[in-house]
Structures are given as C-alpha cells and as structure tokens.
Design a protein around this ligand. Structure first.
Ligand code: SAM
Length: 251
C-alpha cells in the first residue's frame, strides 16, 4: 500500500510561559489557551513544548480543553536554558513594522538585550516596548530559543553614554558603533575585540555630526563600517549582529 504523507505537516506547538516550569499540571488561560485550543485545535493527549526563560524547555501534553482554559500535564525537561552570547543591540527606534522586524530578527539572531536608543534624528521617540517584547517572545517561540532577549526601556543617547559604566555590572562592554560615514571593517573589529559587546545603530536619518564625534571619542567605542552601501537601519542591525555572532563563534 502506498504511504500517504500527513499533510499539512503538524509541528508541535511551542509556547513561552512566564513562570518557572515544574513537572505537574499547568492551567493556561487567555491568549495561550485560545491559541492552543482555537488556533491549533489541540486535543487531549497532544504534545506541547513550553519554555519559561528560566529552566529551559519542557514537554507537556494536553490534559483538558475548555472554552477559556486548557490544562497541560508538564512531564519532562527536554533541555536547559541556552547560554546566551553577551550582545546587546542598541538601536534607534524605527517606524512600526520596521522596528517590529528588527526585534524579531534580533531575537532569531541571538541577542541578549534590545535597547531602544533615542537619538536627535529619531522619529519615534516613545517606542512601544510592550509590543516589541511581544515580538521577541513570538520570535523565540518560533525559532526554538529557550531564552528571551531582555527588553530595555527606551533611553536617550546622552543617558546611555552617561550610565554606560554603571550598566555593566563590572567589566567592560565594547560598543561597536555602526557608522555609515565609515570606520574599520566590522567583522575584523569584532574578531579583534572579543567579550561583552553592544552594537549601536542609528535611525533612518542617521547620526548627526556632533553625536558621531561624541560616540567616537568614547574609550569603549569602535566605529565600524558595514560596507560601501548605505543600509536601512534594520538591515544594518541584522548584518552587524550576524557579523558579531560569526566573530564570536556562535555560528
Ligand atoms: N541617512 C543616512 C545617510 O543617508 O547617510 C543613513 C542612515 S542609515 C539608513 C541608518 C543607520 O544604519 C546608520 O545610522 C548606521 O548606524 C547604520 N548603517 C547603515 N549603513 C551602514 C554602513 N554601510 N556602515 C555602517 N553603518 C551603517
């Protein structure tokens, strides 16, 4: 008899829960319950993967499906929380859509922290960090991460610089300043400077000359180029994070 492939292929749903997971029953309500019951049409006995950004990823099975709530039986830990490369992405907030894409890619590419940095030419100076955190969570659910990048409050560039040392909990963090007017090639600079790092990306209009001069004078900053073309800010962010991850050996 000819084998009939199951189609469409059904992958195990994977969800973030915001509290520490342990073996035993777990009741979900609200959007996660709606997603499993209504969107994924989960049935009793179906497997679900869960992660909590604390202990790692767990396997659970659906034990009860109600209209508004769903009970899972959490059974075994599949893997511990991943080690997260110590990279912050400090990026000027962009218009909705573009900044959502940036958050999604930052999570997929492995950053530890997303920091919206308001510069003089930033158009969106009050980014919706709740929405951005939701994108980080969704991306982590989709790409298999067991750690969610932390979402920092928006900070103005002068405050970021003023508080840089106190934010580092000891130790130094190199700031790779993506400068569209030129700098040292990013990959070589990142390989030469291992350790905790941050990447600074400007807004659609770039940095102004005074900001550029202030950043370049910081002892922990390295001005880097991402090549001869002017990239959109979100492209520059994804390219710079990819280069850093490659230099750090994460890839
Ligand atoms: N308005 C600026 C101009 O026309 O020169 C372009 C700004 S660009 C769209 C936004 C940000 O992406 C820049 O501030 C920089 O951080 C980064 N970026 C874009 N292309 C880059 C490159 N080739 N090298 C380094 N950084 C770049």
């Amino acid at each position: 008899m000819t084998a009939v492939p199951a189609w469409p292929p059904r992958s195990t749903p994977r969800l973030f829960v915001d509290h520490e997971l342990v073996p035993g029953p777990l009741t979900l309500d609200g959007p996660p319950a709606h997603y499993l019951a209504q969107v994924m049409r989960a049935k009793i006995g179906d497997p679900v993967k869960l992660f909590d950004d604390r202990t790692g990823e767990w396997l659970a099975t659906v034990a009860e499906v109600g209209k508004r709530r769903l009970v899972l039986a959490v059974t075994e830990r599949l893997r511990p929380r991943e080690p997260v490369p110590d990279l912050w992405l400090c990026a000027a907030p962009l218009k909705k859509g573009r900044v959502d894409w940036l958050a999604e890619k930052a999570c997929e590419l492995g950053v530890a922290r997303l920091v919206p940095v308001v510069t003089r030419r930033t158009v969106v100076d009050h980014p919706n960090t709740d929405r951005l955190r939701a994108h980080l969570i969704e991306a982590a659910e989709q790409c298999g991460r067991t750690a969610i990048p932390t979402m920092a409050d928006a900070v103005k560039l002068p405050a970021l610089i003023r508080d840089w040392a106190s934010m580092q909990a000891g130790g130094e963090r190199t700031l790779f300043f993506a400068d569209e007017t030129g700098g040292v090639p990013a990959f070589a600079a990142m390989r030469a400077q291992p350790g905790p790092a941050a990447i600074l990306i400007g807004p659609e209009g770039g940095f102004d000359d005074e900001e550029r001069a202030i950043i370049r004078a910081l002892p922990y900053a390295v001005g880097v180029t991402l090549g001869p073309r002017i990239l959109r800010a979100e492209t520059a962010a994804a390219a710079a994070v990819s280069l850093w991850m490659a230099a750090a050996g994460d890839w």
